[in-house]
Design a protein around this ligand. Structure first.
Ligand code: SAH
Ligand code: SF4
Length: 396
């Protein structure tokens, strides 16, 4: 999501004559796009902003824009602590970013922005915000309620990305599969995007388990262009904690959904939070056993981070030592998942989208090396003959 927002902001800057560089000492403008989902993310963004003070002093005319969710949360207060900051642009204001630039003297130039594809995946935002109210989460506060983009605009953006040379389209939203428009569902949209000229594969992130329903599964079942990988955050394996988190599903419901997805050939990755304030030793063990049972290909594990203003922030925190211990145990548990998932691919027929001449990703999102060379962006059907750590090798 942040990558897509950064691209969008960079696009507006390109129309004002700016060229992207990742070398700070070459830059005239630093655009800091931020996350605030955990305190650590916000902290890193702010300490980077602190370091930019010296950078700004070194050359006159240098400017700084601080954008995204941390900017949204902290607002104009930021200018008090960081008086050298030029522009604050909250995540909710992304649609007005161009006007904000105009207002702050970033004027249009005649420069033609370079829009040629940089890699394989083109990001297309389809919805913003979130209508859930998970008790630990700051996203609804900073991103606001759900706003679905119209399908006409989404399809136009996807066509444009494909024409720029992105054969894989990644549809984005905080709860991406909550997208809807009159009678049209998210599954309808997936099918429509996959049928656009130049689109070889469609992915999406982040889906919420609530919308993984039998009609959704039926609608994607026969469309091989919809990638067979899903990142489906579980957060916890304990029904009691899931209820306290207000996730809206039980452990059993989550497992039913993952079983149905696996039936259709989906590889599944997930997010897990350890140390939610009410998490007991038994609850934590339920998370460990969920990892066993669900057969995740990967899991991102986070230590619970209290976010000001969320309901869970009112609860007493668990001891930091317990949090560290549980995170450690969980990380150890998930360490071997990827290797196991790669190994399980050996012998399977796979569809590979090439990302370089000899390397690509399977529909299930596993990295794979080919024997022969192929054109970047082409689809190759082959068989997996072996797996080494987290790399598959094809027959062809
Ligand atoms: N909309 C997605 C998640 C978006 S936030 C969903 O509902 O699944 C991305 C991830 O950050 C979450 O999946 C969660 O694991 C983690 N996260 C969110 N708030 C957190 C907090 N307060 N502490 C620790 N991890 C958190
Ligand atoms: Fe946060 Fe829950 Fe919304 Fe995901 S669904 S963004 S975790 S409130």
């Amino acid at each position: 999501m942040n990558l897509a927002d950064s691209e969008e902001m960079a696009g507006h800057l390109a129309m004002r004559g700016y060229i992207l560089t990742d070398k700070l000492d070459e830059a005239d403008l630093a655009l800091v796009n931020t996350c605030t989902v955990r305190d650590h993310a916000e902290h890193r963004a702010l300490s980077f902003l602190g370091r930019l003070r010296q950078w700004k002093r070194e050359k006159s005319g240098r400017r700084i824009i601080f954008a995204g969710c941390a900017a949204q949360r902290l607002g104009q207060k930021l200018k008090k602590t960081f008086p050298y900051l030029d522009v604050v642009s909250g995540a909710r204001e992304i649609d007005q970013f161009a006007q904000l630039l105009d207002k702050n003297g970033f004027t249009h130039s005649d420069a033609a922005p370079n829009t040629a594809a940089k890699d394989i995946t083109g990001y297309v935002t389809i919805m913003r915000g979130c209508d859930f109210a998970c008790t630990y989460c700051i996203v609804p506060t900073v991103r606001g309620p759900v706003h679905c983009l119209p399908s006409t605009e989404i399809l136009r953006n996807a066509v444009q990305k494909a024409a720029q040379g992105y054969p894989e389209i990644m549809l984005l939203g905080q709860t991406v599969n909550a997208w809807r428009e009159n009678g049209k569902t998210f599954a309808d949209l997936l099918n429509e995007v996959s049928a656009l000229p130049g689109v070889a594969r469609v992915r999406f992130v982040s889906p919420h388990p609530a919308f993984i329903t039998p009609p959704f599964l039926a609608a994607v079942k026969d469309n091989p262009k919809i990638a067979r990988h899903i990142h489906l955050p579980a957060q916890s394996g304990s029904t009691k904690v899931l209820q306290e988190m207000k996730r809206g599903y039980t452990r059993e419901m989550f497992l039913e959904k993952t079983a149905a997805l696996k039936e259709l050939g989906f590889a599944i990755s997930t997010d897990l939070i350890v140390g939610f304030p009410t998490e007991t030793e038994q609850d934590f063990e339920q998370t460990l056993s969920l990892v066993e049972q669900a057969g995740f290909a990967t899991a991102y594990c986070f230590k619970y981070s209290p976010r000001q203003g969320t309901p869970a922030a009112q609860l007493n925190l668990l001891d930091e030592k317990i949090l560290e211990q549980r995170l450690d145990i969980l990380l150890n548990k998930v360490k071997g998942l990827a290797e196991r998932a790669y190994q399980a691919q050996v012998g399977r027929e796979v569809t590979v989208l090439m990302e370089s001449e000899n390397k690509g990703r399977t529909s299930e999102n596993f990295w794979i090396e080919t024997k022969k060379s192929y054109t970047v962006g082409s689809i190759v059907n082959s068989k997996v003959i072996s797996a080494k750590d987290t790399l598959l090798i094809t027959r062809d």
